[in-house]
Design a protein around this ligand. Structure first.
Ligand SMILES: [Zn+2]
Length: 403
């Protein structure tokens, strides 16, 4: 058996880079769509095959580029320089959700909504995961969430979305987990849904938004929800949204461009100075997009928070201590400035892989990690191991998927 490495190049072809048989096998240039049709593995991976199998595979892949539709026996992926990824920022659009929220989703896109969003199905998401080497996606409902102002209807919507997510997990063992949606700012409905989602549907955590209307998560009215999440030692994934205050600030610029990352900073600051991070110590919080703008303003928040006694009293261990304990996924933020700021703020153990599919492309983050300043060991930790440490349930599938 011999090792081979396949790698993506900027011009969009896969190249067999290394093999003891390069003297007899020319470099193999294959269009990526054709390769993905046959090889269910990351762009960069290592494959073990005998020389004869390898030569046959190369010949077949090359031939298939000329004869679309022909099939090639799948190669067996093994962990190489890139892990099988666990994607903690990955969305679903259950039919019941799309039926109710379609117009809001389109409006929120402000003319820039990727076609993949409204075309989402379990099959499209699984195909994209397979193409990009994502073994497991922890799925969630994206902004605008499930609260549209009707208590009964929104409680029902949250329940149906969560049941849909649970069936996805059940029907595709090892491929999915989910953060359950809750109808905040309806705290009573949210408490009921938390109980049902964690006790009955076995959700992997709870998904929240960075704000509800013009209230951020540290608002005292939300405290009972965080008390319950703390009692249950829940993982809480916080997704950005646009608060009402800030959707028309720059009319020519979609607010999702700047306001979503700012709102993550607002949410973290709100929880921080409500004393929530110190008080609800058992909650494992995950924030999106490398913390939004937080890493750039963390020093300012720490300095001024220390100088104001009423705020300092809410953060007895200091701002930096609390920010270093949070988790941050990096969907769409795998670039050097963002990663440099984040990795100077928190240890690598707190950083997770996310894609924001179908709003974002998995490749946007997955392919950029190596160029964003992460070492190979960091990529392994960020891409997979940190998530395995956070979601014990996934470990039972780890051996199955990575013998
Ligand atoms: Zn998202």
């Amino acid at each position: 058996m011999t090792l081979y490495v396949l790698r993506r190049t900027p011009d969009g072809v896969a190249v067999v880079l290394t093999s003891p048989y390069l003297s007899v096998v020319p470099r193999c240039l294959v269009p990526l769509p054709m390769l993905h049709q046959h090889v269910h593995a990351p762009f960069t991976g290592t494959f073990t095959h005998s020389r004869r199998e390898f030569l046959a595979s190369v010949a077949a892949v090359t031939a298939s580029a000329l004869l679309p539709g022909s099939r090639l026996p799948a190669l067996t992926p093994r962990l190489g320089s890139k892990p099988e990824l666990i994607d903690v920022h990955h969305h679903i659009l259950p039919p019941v959700y799309l039926a109710l929220a379609r117009d809001r989703i389109i409006a929120q896109g402000q003319g820039y909504l990727p076609a993949t969003v409204l075309q989402w199905t379990p099959d499209t998401t699984l195909a994209e995961m397979d193409r990009m080497g994502v073994s497991t996606a922890i799925v969630s409902i994206s902004t605008p969430g499930v609260w549209f102002g009707d208590v009964d209807a929104d409680r029902r919507l949250a329940r149906e979305c969560n049941q849909y997510a649970a069936s996805l997990v059940r029907n595709h063992p090892g491929r999915f987990g989910f953060f359950a949606a809750v109808p905040l700012p309806d705290t009573e409905g949210s408490l009921r849904e938390i109980a049902h989602a964690l006790d009955v549907l076995e959700a992997d955590g709870i998904g929240l938004m960075t704000s509800y209307g013009d209230r951020w998560p540290g608002d005292p009215t939300f405290a009972p929800v965080f008390e319950e999440l703390n009692r249950r030692s829940a993982v809480v994934y916080v997704h950005p949204t646009g608060p009402h205050c800030c959707r028309e600030l720059i009319p020519s610029v979609p607010y999702v461009m700047t306001e979503l990352p700012h709102d993550t900073t607002r949410a973290i600051t709100s929880l921080l100075f409500a004393g929530a991070f110190a008080r609800f110590r058992n909650i494992r919080f995950i924030f999106s997009h490398a913390g939004g703008t937080l890493p750039m303003v963390a020093g300012r928040i720490a300095r001024q928070g220390k100088a104001i006694p009423e705020l300092a009293a809410k953060v007895p261990n200091g701002v930096e201590y609390e920010l270093k304990r949070l988790y941050y996924e990096i969907a769409g933020s795998a670039n050097r400035p963002a990663i440099a700021a984040l990795t100077n703020l928190v240890p690598t153990s707190q950083i997770l892989f996310g894609s924001d599919y179908p709003w974002g492309r998995i490749a946007t983050t997955a392919d950029a990690m190596a160029q964003a300043g992460f070492s190979a060991a960091d990529i392994r930790a960020v891409g997979r191991d940190n998530a395995l440490a956070l979601f014990a349930r996934l470990k039972s599938h780890d051996g199955h998927r990575n013998p």
